[in-house]
Design a protein around this ligand. Sequence first.
Ligand SMILES: NC(=O)C1=CN([C@@H]2O[C@H](COP(=O)(O)OP(=O)(O)OC[C@H]3O[C@@H](n4cnc5c(N)ncnc54)[C@H](O)[C@@H]3O)[C@@H](O)[C@H]2O)C=CC1
Ligand SMILES: O=C([O-])CC(=O)C(=O)O
Length: 364
Amino acid sequence: MDNFVSIEKPLVVLGCLYLSWKIIRHIWSFLNVEKEPVTVLVTGAAGQIGYALVPMIARGAMLGPDQPVIIHMLDIEPAAEALNGVKMELIDAAFPLLKGVVATTDVVDACNGVNIAVMVGGFPRKEGMERKDVMSKNVSIYKAQASALEQHAAPDCKVLVVANPANTNALILKEFAPSIPEKNITCLTRLDHNRALGQISEKLDVHVSEVKNVIIWGNHSSTQYPDVNHATVNTNNGQKPARELVGDDKWLNTEFITTVQQRGAAIIKARKLSSALSAASSACDHIRDWVLGTPKGTWVSMGVYSDGSYGIPQGLIYSFPVTCEKGEWSIVQGLKIDELSREKIDATAKELVEEKTLAYSCLN
Ligand SMILES: NC(=O)C1=CN([C@@H]2O[C@H](COP(=O)(O)OP(=O)(O)OC[C@H]3O[C@@H](n4cnc5c(N)ncnc54)[C@H](O)[C@@H]3O)[C@@H](O)[C@H]2O)C=CC1
Ligand SMILES: O=C([O-])CC(=O)C(=O)O
């Protein structure tokens, strides 16, 4: 009996605490008390991704429909007038969640107090170029902006690098901002992940939301490895492996991979400009899942600092399958890697090692 009472008491206390928490939450939402705004920096905000991205952030696509935001926009002096035009449009759109806009060409003002930094500023590649061809211009920008972020952003600021070469720019930013925790510096491969989901959904004629757990391994470049071996599709008969449903290994091992790898180039060829709306939307997906968590049983691809998982050298920003919870990502462990995948996973890592050397030679 004594034992029973000693177990029961803490359970009752826990139950009361849980109920009080529920009641407080209910009253809170009833009173419609607003959350504190989160400050989001977008660099290169006068450019085409920036123009697509800032309204998405202001509408809640990045941080949720009840999260007020303050947007800081940075661009360079020649783009100052265009940047001011974007600010005017943000004001004109009267977004309920938008609590402030700063448009500046001063990197310190831009970084001041930011909680999330989306680094889009840089030079996009043109038709016929590889992403590493914009290396020398872009890595020096990331070296310079690293110290501004380190000194002026909020200490727990989360950073997403979009500008190409995205993995290597993120690595340079990490190396020149040593006091920012390495877990807080990531690069965008979610666009490639979404492209892979899109290709499977088109092939099977199912809605893209029914497909999950593709993986983009490695570099956001034409050596990336879009891996469908662990992907599943929701069907009327439950969840099935995507490979089994597609039933065409030849397509999955060749055309599917090259289509995803070359999708950026295909968009440039068609638009004469690189992807913008899909890049902006994927940047929102990346931050939303990182901050608010990935749905149960689902992983996404993020370029993160390698801890040696899957034999990838440490000291690279490499795209892995990750799940996110409470604002932290973790690499999905224990996936079986077949021989073909191993080769491709290593090949894209090798390119990143070469890019790192090239980046350092550009900075010297
Ligand atoms: N990781 C990914 O999935 C993707 C990456 N990208 C990359 O994103 C970057 C931006 O692309 P777009 O918006 O199409 O280019 P854009 O040329 O339209 O815009 C780039 C903006 O950055 C600004 N900028 C240049 N140097 C800057 C600096 N030091 N500080 C702040 N801003 C600066 C430019 O003035 C321009 O307004 C490119 O590097 C592109 O290759 C594009 C699509 C997908
Ligand atoms: O291809 C480019 O240069 C732009 C980009 O990164 C993409 O669309 O994936």
